[in-house]
Write a protein that binds this ligand. Structure first.
Ligand code: SRM
Ligand code: SF4
Length: 564
């Protein structure tokens, strides 16, 4: 069957996908192998399409090697949750699985999804079953397919929130792989009978060249960082009603040190579509990428490179051709911020919503803070939804029981918190100890780093100033650091590149300011900049705008100019 394809020209993963019998690979055999806590190499690629990554505890790496033991293997499970809304029952199920099947914590991701870490191979199947029992799944949470579709998280604007959320769900459902492998392997459901074969009407037998990401933004909020998505929809309202979406294509952030041909890129606004066309637009853009994306080199395979290699005009024409109609001219829109707005707000539907800060998106109990217990108690006692935001935070949403929520959270000192504007606008990717690609700490270190920066801000009366700060342990960009006003990217243990000049609404890439800094180096660099900002900023000017205006860094117009 594979005779016509010259596999030697394609990346290894292409052949693996093709040979996998629609994502089955040898996962069943791998799971049954009692000799190792790992799965077979090829299956580590296939498992991603099922929402599962093989990892090992990097804190134990050296010790295990010395003891001649295999790495301490375990798995990350990512739960797809389009638009980030979980019911209280779903929250409680995730809370329970974290304790019984994983490392006791829940991670709320930068794409509004749940992650469980530290799941051992022998518990994978029962964990996935537990997730499905609560009417969630993990298929396509990772892999070369469309990932979790993000949507505007703010339920205050109830009507438009519902519409954006609905669109995220529809796109997600439309682009979910159709293979029955997931049901067969994890849920023991044999859906193919009478010699029938799987078909993937959209993806075909090699799926996409690379991951694909979609987000729906509702101005003035850009909490999904719409320009970082392969495909974004910007809701356009006229006279208070949704009239359609501007379409944004070609965002993406993964880069590799030492490879200037890899760069972060902001999406281009390519036109406007009506609400009823949006799912079709998503499908056709996915198809253009499927048919034209680079399958030789995975480091050039995202839609952003397809667009840059072939040209934006070519891309727009191709999209219109696939659609069979032309996208309309883009409409005006305006973003004011990409962060969350904390505290209580009453929705237009009369219900209450509390946006809570969750440091690093990690829900856990520590000796000093019982966050996980507090949220469990809310879910047990209060009729509410749990909305995960794209900034790794949580909204206890759509509830009539405002007082009860407040009582429980106060009892555990989880809320209200007196947080600096810097901390409220922070994101840290997972990095160590689970991420196999991390060069440096992020989630475990940013809180302490911020305490030191806060001391400087305090000296200058800037503690309440909103400043978007983001840290990642490597340049893959999982915390979208390339949009931060202050961005850190891990270079090696304890050392970071410092990027400055993003803005508060997620519409400008930042620029490399200084390389490979230690903590002391970072603080020494930031101290005079913060002092100057306090003295010389104009009314309402953000830190990122200030450093660009004052020439500390030069604004980057296209990602191709980006330097590591
Ligand atoms: Fe990511 C790979 C975590 C959002 C770009 N990402 C990884 C892996 C799976 C490492 C791996 O491949 O072995 C990380 C698992 C760490 C762990 O232990 O949990 C990981 N990414 C995350 C999360 C959990 C970070 C977080 O702290 O929230 C986010 C999960 C989102 C989700 O629910 O789906 C996460 N990753 C992102 C984002 C931000 C976004 O999508 O809005 C990006 C940048 C946007 C983009 O995709 O361009 C991102 N992750 C990457 C890349 C670089 C892709 C590229 O084009 O080069 C990789 C590496 C890869 O794919 O080869 C990666
Ligand atoms: Fe891991 Fe790098 Fe992503 Fe952080 S940015 S989670 S270190 S891949």
């Amino acid at each position: 069957m594979s005779e016509q394809i010259d596999w030697s020209k394609l990346s290894e993963v292409e052949k693996l996908k093709y040979d996998s019998n629609y994502l089955r690979g040898t996962l069943v055999e791998s799971l049954a192998d009692p000799v190792t806590g790992a799965i077979a190499d090829g299956d580590t690629q296939m498992s991603k399409f099922h929402g599962i990554y093989q990892q090992h505890d990097r804190d134990l790496e050296k010790e295990r090697k010395q003891q001649k033991l295999e790495p301490a293997w375990s798995f990350l499970i990512r739960v797809r949750l389009p638009g980030g809304i979980a019911s209280r029952e779903q929250w409680l199920q995730m809370d329970k699985l974290a304790d019984t099947h994983a490392n006791g914590t829940l991670k709320l991701t930068t794409r509004q999804a749940f992650q469980l870490h530290g799941v051992f191979k022998n518990k994978l199947k029962s964990t996935i079953q537990g997730i499905n029992e609560a009417l969630m799944d993990t298929i396509a949470a990772c892999g070369d397919v469309n990932r979790n579709v993000m949507s505007f998280a703010n339920p205050e604007e109830s009507e438009i929130h519902d519409q954006a959320y609905k669109l995220a769900g529809e796109i997600s459902a439309h682009l979910t792989p159709q293979t029955t492998a997931y049901h067969e392997i994890w849920l023991d459901q044999k859906l193919l009978v009478d010699g029938k074969k799987d078909v993937e009407p959209i993806y075909g037998d090699r799926y996409l060249p690379r991951k694909f990401k979609i987000g729906v933004a509702v101005p003035p909020y850009n909490d999904v960082d719409v320009f970082s998505q392969d495909l974004g929809f910007i809701a356009i309202q006229e006279k208070g009603k949704l009239v359609g979406y501007n379409v944004v294509a070609g965002g993406g952030f993964g880069t590799t040190f030492g490879m200037p041909e890899t760069y972060p890129r902001l999406g281009d606004v390519i036109g406007f579509c009506k609400p009823e066309q949006a799912v079709d637009v998503a499908e056709k853009i996915v198809l253009v990428q499927k048919d034209n994306g680079n399958r030789q080199n995975r480091k050039q395979a995202r839609l952003k490179y397809t667009i840059d290699h072939k040209g934006l005009d070519w891309f727009k024409a191709e999209v219109n051709k696939y659609l069979g109609y032309e996208l309309e001219e883009a409409r005006p829109y305006h973003f004011t911020r990409n962060g969350d707005r904390f505290g209580w707000v009453k929705g237009k539907n009369g219900k209450w919503n509390l946006n809570l800060f969750i440091e690093g998106g990690r829900v856990k109990d520590t000796d000093s803070l019982k966050l996980k217990t507090a949220l469990r108690e809310v879910a047990e006692q209060v009729d509410a939804q749990f909305i995960l935001t794209g900034n790794q935070n949580l909204i206890i949403a759509n509830t009539d029981q405002k007082e009860r929520v407040a009582q429980i959270l106060k009892k555990y000192s989880v809320w209200p918190l007196n947080l600096s504007g810097l901390r409220q606008n922070s994101i840290a990717c997972v990095a160590l100890n689970t991420c196999s690609l991390a060069f440096a700490e992020a989630e475990r270190y940013l809180p302490d780093m911020m305490t030191k920066i806060e001391a400087i801000l305090d000296e200058h009366g800037l503690l309440q100033e909103d400043i978007v700060i983001r840290m990642t342990g490597c340049p893959n960009g999982c915390g979208r650091p390339y949009l931060a006003e202050i961005g850190f990217i891990g270079k090696s243990a304890g050392h970071y590149n410092l990027y400055l000049g993003g803005n508060r609404n997620g519409t400008r890439l930042n620029t490399l300011y200084k390389e490979t800094l230690s903590e002391e180096g970072i603080l020494n660099e930031l101290r005079p900049l913060i002092a100057d900002y306090a003295k010389d900023r104009t009314d309402g000017e953000g830190f990122g705008d200030f450093v660009v205006r004052k020439g500390y860094v030069k604004e980057i117009v296209h990602g191709k100019e980006f330097k590591h």
